[in-house]
Design a protein around this ligand. Structure first.
Ligand code: NAD
Length: 329
């Protein structure tokens, strides 16, 4: 059945793939983002689609949100956020402000009109909890406040508190997902997979931080989109926070080596010491692994794409898209 659906952060990696899928399912999508749609390649395939309506605005502005908000929509996917360790080191105030004021504005609007919200949170919420794998009710173990990295985790956790608080108070329908290292075509080349692919295909040596023994569970975009839609629509997800991530743990070194191999590249890895590049305000997380039992029991979801397959698909896509390889040049 055709539904009216709202998506903030629609021009980003996850938002743009989500909207493509929702349009394929024949829904009417209202998208919101700060970017100018005429200069954004992520929405190129769908910007003229008859069921896609785009609003340019800032989630911190109630005025902008009033123009966008559809009180008869079935759900709002709230994805807009500042993402990426470098970005929140560059602009720490915006990271917190966009997270907290933007989410509070949207919670108020959704709650007022009883519109369901799907909030996109992060595995960063668990911090450096060494009790692996991370269950949704696991502890948050964070470092000190002079380490910039923890501001993203803290701001997302505060948003989760706002959502849970309003859900408990008013029985307002909401669900939260926590993503684990999502990657795929179109991702801004500033994260480990996208940046390494971008560098290698441009003939530049990929970088490894502090030896690359940190582990991550890399989750391919198509798997994420399936889980996201289930979490935003199934009744079983209401009032829940759910991990969406791959369970196979890879070191960052393994991923970079997979990228080199899949690109038939013999470039050598450049080793970076983060203390030298970022000083003492940087802290890394040694292991990051989700439990996805809850995703499976509530949504019937588990990821289907291996890291090797996902990396190959992303490389194949990047090779066909010169504009992407030219980014940041
Ligand atoms: N990609 C991941 O691995 C990952 C992991 C954990 C959580 N998440 C969360 O998933 C969501 C989507 O992530 P993504 O990877 O697509 O990131 P992205 O950076 O590609 O997309 C975020 C989008 O939000 C928009 N945005 C930023 N500030 C805004 C503002 N003030 N008003 C309106 N729009 C604004 C940006 O322009 C961008 O298009 C985010 O909330 C992020 O925190 C992503």
């Amino acid at each position: 059945m055709k539904k009216k659906i709202m998506v903030t952060g629609v021009a980003g990696l996850i938002g743009s793939h989500l909207v493509e899928k929702l349009l394929k399912l024949n829904h009417e999508v209202y998208g919101f983002d700060v970017v100018d749609i005429n200069f954004n390649r992520n929405l190129e395939n769908i910007k003229n689609h008859e069921n896609f309506i785009y609003f340019k605005g800032d989630v911190r502005s109630s005025e902008d949100l009033n123009l966008f908000f559809q009180s008869d929509a079935s759900v709002l996917y709230h994805l807009a956020s500042v993402v990426g360790v470098n970005k929140y080191m560059e602009d720490p105030l915006s990271l917190i402000d966009i997270g907290i004021s933007g989410t509070r504005n949207l919670i108020n609007m959704c709650n007022k009109h009883n519109v369901r919200m799907l909030f996109t949170s992060t595995s960063e919420v668990y911090g450096k909890n060494s009790n692996i794998p991370w269950l949704e009710n696991g502890d948050r173990v964070l470092g000190p406040t002079n380490i910039d990295r923890w501001s993203y985790s803290t701001s997302k956790a505060l948003c989760e508190h706002m959502l849970f608080g309003m859900h408990h108070k008013n029985n307002w329908p909401m669900s939260i997902v926590r993503f684990f290292n999502v990657y795929g075509p179109r991702q801004n080349p500033i994260y480990v997979v996208s940046k390494s692919i971008h560098r290698v295909l441009n003939g530049i040596s990929p970088e490894l931080y502090d030896g690359g023994n940190q582990t991550r569970c890399f989750t391919y975009i198509d798997d994420v989109i399936d889980g996201l839609i289930l979490a935003a629509t199934l009744e079983s997800a209401v009032g829940n926070v759910i991990n969406l991530g791959n369970t196979i743990e890879n070191t960052v070194r393994e991923v970079v080596n997979t990228i080199l191999k899949a690109s038939n590249s013999n470039l050598k890895i450049t080793h970076i010491k983060t203390k030298e590049r970022y000083g003492n305000v940087y802290e890394d997380i040694p292991r990051r692994v989700p439990s996805i039992d809850k995703a499976f029991s509530l949504l019937g979801w588990k990821p289907a794409t291996s890291m090797e397959e996902g990396v190959k698909k992303t490389i194949d896509w990047a090779k066909k898209n010169d504009w992407y390889l030219d980014l940041n040049k």
